[in-house]
Design a protein around this ligand. Structure first.
Ligand SMILES: *[C@@H]1O[C@H](CO)[C@@H](O)[C@H](O)[C@H]1NC(C)=O
Length: 342
């Protein structure tokens, strides 16, 4: 009897140590709620994790597949980082048990398809990162149950259309670097969206009806497209604080009337357009402007003849950009070379 008690005591004393040792190889479990298994080698998600785990980082592990019980014992999980693995597909019911999940990072994998089952039921999910995959197809109702989603990142995939989105709480959508040459009005039901990134899609125009009149857009990135002119829809986007039109090499004019409504703008990027001159009083439209990037001009800031030395001392003469801050990136010197076409 005495011996049994002693054995039990010994066992109890050993238990915490044993639990610490139960941390899977290649993982760190110092904080019992955060398990870090970065760059661990393994084709599957590690087993035997404490059920109290709130955050699980298993990026860069070489994981090729997820099975239905991969996350079965982790009912409290709020953050799951599976980025930089080799996951090609996700069977249904993989994530369904993760009812507390808030952040899910699946970026830099090899996913090709998102079905209506993939994320079904993740009602608390706020951030879903799917960038840098090979996603070609997203089922029409794939995101429908994600009613709390705030951020959706889908850039650098192989999408050919904007997935139908009915996400009233979405604040950020990045679908840059897909092959979506036109965005059909009505596809974006994200009425409260604050940040929209649609760079590198091959867009030739932006439909005027794309945004509701009562939109709340703060940031718009339409860089590296094939826009033929400054989108007229900008006239309705008075809440914008950050705008990039950079790298639209077909834009050859900056008509003042298109910019007149942007009185909240703080950052503007008009680099690498097909423009030789910026209207003299251009910055007058933007009383709050803090930074304007305008590199890659063929002589933009050289519209008045000036001594070359003077240009070098002060590439941006104050009268040309009165409200811009001193750290305003200067046009590259070559654009101000004596032989630059003006
Ligand atoms: C997904 O769609 C299929 C039909 O395309 C349907 O049978 C199934 O019930 C749907 N699943 C969910 C979770 O909505």
């Amino acid at each position: 009897m005495n011996q049994l008690v002693r054995c039990t005591l010994l066992l109890l004393l050993l238990l915490p140590g044993q639990m610490a040792r139960a941390c899977p190889t290649g993982c760190q479990c110092q904080d019992p709620t955060t398990i870090l298994c970065a760059a661990r080698r393994g084709h599957t998600v590690p087993r035997g994790l404490p059920p109290s785990t709130l955050s699980l980082y298993v990026f860069e592990n070489g994981i090729t597949m997820l099975s239905e019980d991969s996350f079965a014992g982790l009912p409290a999980l709020q953050l799951l980082d599976l980025s930089q693995n080799k996951i090609t597909s996700i069977q249904k019911n993989i994530f369904q048990s993760l009812t507390e999940l808030v952040n899910l990072d699946l970026s830099s994998n090899q996913l090709q398809e998102i079905t209506n089952e993939t994320f079904h039921g993740l009602r608390l999910l706020e951030r879903l990162y799917l960038q840098k995959n090979r996603i070609q197809h997203i089922h029409a109702t794939a995101f429908d149950t994600l009613e709390n989603l705030l951020e959706l990142k889908l850039q650098n995939n192989q999408l050919r259309a904007v997935p139908p989105l009915d996400l009233p709480n979405l604040l950020l959508l990045d679908i840059s670097w897909n092959k979506i040459p036109s965005i059909v009005p009505g596809t974006l039901h994200a009425i409260n969206i604050e940040s929209l990134k649609i760079a590198g899609l091959g867009l030739t125009s932006l439909d005027e009806e794309l945004f509701q009149p009562q939109n709340n857009l703060h940031e718009l990135d339409v860089s590296d497209n094939l826009l033929e002119r400054v989108p007229v829809v900008l006239r309705r986007l008075g809440s914008l604080t950050k705008l990039s039109l950079a790298g639209n090499a077909h834009i050859s004019q900056l008509p003042p009337e298109d910019f007149r409504g942007l009185h909240n703008l703080q950052e503007l990027d008009i680099s690498n357009l097909n423009i030789n001159t910026i209207p003299r009083d251009f910055s007058r439209f933007f009383p709050r402007l803090r930074a304007m990037t305008a590199s890659g001009f063929a002589g933009a800031f050289c519209e008045e003849e000036e001594e070359e030395e003077e240009e070098e001392e002060s590439p941006l003469a104050p009268h040309r950009c009165p409200s811009a801050s001193p750290q305003l990136p200067a046009a590259p010197r070559r654009s101000c070379a004596p032989h630059a076409r003006v």
